[in-house]
Design a protein around this ligand. Structure first.
Ligand SMILES: N[C@@H](CCC(=O)N[C@@H](CS)C(=O)NCC(=O)O)C(=O)O
Length: 215
C-alpha cells in the first residue's frame, strides 16, 4: 500500500487533528512539514497543490484534499479496518458529522479567535468576552460527554481525534478546565489513542509559542 502524503505543521491544531486521525485509523502516511512560521505555505510548489495555502493538505496519488475533518473522513473510509471510527450507519455517521461541524464551526473557531491574535498580531491578553465564549462552548462539549463515553457515542470516532486536537491546543496554553469534569474524564481516555504522545508534545510547543507572546 503506497503511503499518502500529508503536508503538516505540528503546531497547527487542525493539522495535528488530521495526523492523529491517520494514526488512529492506521492509514499509511508520509509527512512533509510545511513550516508556517517560515511561511513555507506560500512556496510556489505548495500553492500549486493548495491555492488556499493551508495545512493539513493530503495528496493521495494526485488526489488533493484539504480541511482536516474532510481528510479524517476520507482516510477512515479508505483505510479504516471497520467502520467504528466513521460509522456507515446513517444516524451514527450523522452524529459524528455533527460533532465534527461543532468542532470546525464553534470550538476551534473560538480557540483560534484567542490564539491567532496572540501569535501573529501582538495581542498580550485574553479578553473576558473571549474567555466566556470559549468556556460556554466547552460547556456544550462537557454536556455531550455527560451521556456518552466518547464525543459521538460509546466508542472513539474521528470526532474525538478532531476535538482532541482543538482542546489540547487550548490546554497547552494553560486553560482551566476544572469546571468541566466530563472533559477531564474524556481526556484521560484520549491518552490511550495511538499517536497521542506525539500530538501532545506538538500541542505543548504550540502552547509555549502562545504563552511566550503573552508574557
Ligand atoms: N478548517 C481548516 C483550517 C486550516 C487552517 O487554518 N490551517 C492554518 C494553520 S492552523 C494554516 O494553514 N494557515 C496558513 C495559511 O492559511 O496561510 C482545517 O481544519 O483544516
Amino acid at each position: 500500500m503506497s503511503p499518502v502524503k500529508l503536508y503538516h505543521f505540528p503546531l497547527s491544531a487542525p493539522s495535528r487533528g488530521a495526523c492523529l486521525a491517520a494514526k488512529v485509523i492506521g492509514a499509511p502516511i508520509e509527512i512533509e512539514i510545511i513550516d508556517l512560521f517560515k511561511k513555507e505555505q506560500f512556496k510556489e510548489s505548495f500553492l500549486k497543490i493548495n491555492p488556499q495555502h493551508c495545512v493539513p493538505t493530503l495528496d493521495d496519488e494526485g488526489f488533493i484534499l484539504w480541511e482536516s475533518r474532510a481528510i479524517a473522513c476520507y482516510l477512515a473510509d479508505k483505510y479504516g479496518k471497520d467502520d467504528s471510527l466513521y460509522p456507515k450507519d446513517l444516524k451514527r455517521r450523522a452524529l459524528v458529522n455533527q460533532r465534527l461541524y461543532f468542532d470546525s464551526s464553534f470550538l476551534y473557531v473560538k480557540i483560534r479567535a484567542i490564539c491567532y491574535p496572540i501569535l501573529y498580531q501582538g495581542v498580550k491578553e485574553i479578553s473576558k468576552a473571549l474567555k466566556d465564549d470559549l468556556n460556554g462552548t466547552l460547556g456544550f462539549l462537557n454536556k455531550f460527554l455527560e451521556s456518552s463515553k466518547w464525543v459521538a457515542g460509546e466508542n472513539c470516532t474521528i470526532a474525538d481525534t478532531s476535538i482532541y486536537a482543538s482542546v489540547s491546543a487550548i490546554l497547552a496554553v494553560g486553560w482551566d478546565i476544572t469546571q468541566f469534569p466530563n472533559i477531564q474524564r474524556w481526556l484521560k481516555q484520549c491518552a490511550d489513542l495511538p499517536g497521542y504522545t506525539e500530538s501532545e508534545e506538538d500541542a505543548k510547543l504550540f502552547g509555549e509559542a502562545v504563552r511566550k507572546n503573552l508574557s
